[in-house]
Design a protein around this ligand. Structure first.
Ligand SMILES: [Zn+2]
Length: 82
C-alpha cells in the first residue's frame, strides 16, 4: 500500500476506526490513510454501473468522459474485482 498524500510506501497500520475499518498512517508525512480510498465518493451501485459499462467495451477514456471517474479509480476497482 502506498500513501496517497505523498506516494511513500512507509505506511503502517494504526488501529481501527470507530466502525471497525483498518486505519493506516504514513510514516513520512504522518497523515492518516484509509483503505480503499480510491473508491471513495462512489457508491457500490455507481461502481457497478461503471464496471458494467467497461465490460461492454466502453474504453477507459469513454468512462472518464461519461462518468467523470478517474482512470486510476477504475483500474483499481478492476484489480480488486478480478
Ligand atoms: Zn505520506
Amino acid at each position: 500500500m502506498q500513501c496517497y498524500h505523498c506516494g511513500s510506501e512507509k505506511v503502517v497500520k494504526s488501529g481501527r476506526t470507530r466502525n471497525g475499518k483498518q486505519r493506516f498512517q504514513c510514516r513520512d508525512c504522518k497523515r492518516s490513510l484509509r483503505e480503499n480510498f480510491q473508491g471513495q465518493g462512489y457508491s457500490e451501485a455507481r461502481k457497478e454501473e461503471i464496471l458494467r459499462a467497461y465490460s461492454q467495451r466502453t474504453s477507459l477514456r469513454g468512462l472518464t468522459r461519461i462518468f467523470g471517474v478517474s482512470r486510476q479509480s477504475v483500474s483499481s476497482w478492476l484489480k480488486k474485482s478480478s
